[in-house]
Write a new protein. Sequence first.
Length: 168
Amino acid sequence: MPLHVVWQAVADGDESLLSVPILDAELRLTMVGEIITDASWHVGGELTKALSPQAVRVQSYLLNPRQTELYVTLLSQGSAHGNAVWNALLAIPVGQVETYSGLAEKLSSGPRAIAGACRNNPYAGIIPCHRVVAKNGIGGFMGHVDGEFVALKHRLLEYERGLGLAGE
């Protein structure tokens, strides 16, 4: 089942934080009203145990995208190039990866520009920048080239491959 993303130009309302524990990490969604303005991964520390209904929906989608449909509204932000890259990331199927250079060729860009757009992705937990890898290795994740975030990228990719969704 798909992920449905609506881009919103303006976010109004009270700011809140939703925490979604998954794979020994926590996806933290910053919300302004009903609009997600940031979805970043956090590693280390105690994981949230009590989840809001919306956090449960996001967690269910991340754990089982084949059986769960997720509708999210994201604040439109970033450069035109970044937005083009983020939209291309949404097209990479669960369980599959694309290389920085392969994505660069598809978007008439350069691999470093693709890596920069991935690094600046404010929605790393929803827009799957973890599915972009280097030609000769896993590459970085969330601005890190090693450590806890790259280990999380490994876990996310291994989990998705284990879902048996590749090629569907």
